[in-house]
Design a binder for this molecule. Sequence first.
Ligand SMILES: Cc1cc2nc3c(=O)[nH]c(=O)nc-3n(C[C@H](O)[C@H](O)[C@H](O)COP(=O)(O)O)c2cc1C
Length: 202
Amino acid sequence: MGSILILNGSPRAPRSNSKRYAHLFSDSCKTPTDYCDITKANHQALCAKVGAYSQLVFVFPLYVDGLPVTLLNFLKDLEKQPPQNKPTVSVLINCGFLEYTQNDLAVEMLALFCRQNGYPFGSVLKIGGGEAILDTPFRFLAARGIRSFARSVERAKYAAFHTTMPLTKSLFLKASARYWTEYGKKYGVSKEEMQTMKIEQG
Ligand SMILES: Cc1cc2nc3c(=O)[nH]c(=O)nc-3n(C[C@H](O)[C@H](O)[C@H](O)COP(=O)(O)O)c2cc1C
């Protein structure tokens, strides 16, 4: 069994960007890693597993400036069923907006969980433009950030890292509007429909 457990807290874990980041993390580690998606059905099993590792890495996206509910619900159960040996918790978070600092609050939420529940807090990697960066020429920046993050976790030399795409806000807005408009078209949804609350009723 590896000594690093990676838990993916994305609500769309099997098809998520977080999964891609988690795999890059595993590839960057010399220490063996184990990877699991958090699902509604596996909280008990994961809670029982966590204590067997010295390092726990949560990989998840920013949702509405906070933690996605998939992760939040798991943390509630972990609080009720704490392991005897508590691993050091590190965080690899990505957000859609260009500014990696959008992730700060969610990182604070997880750090608070750790403080309140007696988990040592480890390293942090905050990725901005996380929906897009892996499919752009700036992929290497994400990969480089993940390598530094992975090294710090393995060596227990904890630190905070961040990365994003080096684009101006206006260029990012233009590129992302074009991307989402094309994406909507694929599913028969117009830009105008995406700009109304009706998008929630689909
Ligand atoms: C419901 C929802 C809420 C989101 N909220 C934010 C947000 O507040 N700020 C942000 O920068 N990105 C936000 N995003 C974008 C995601 O963080 C981004 O698409 C991320 O890459 C998704 O990662 P995943 O594929 O691992 O789930 C949101 C996405 C969704 C679907």
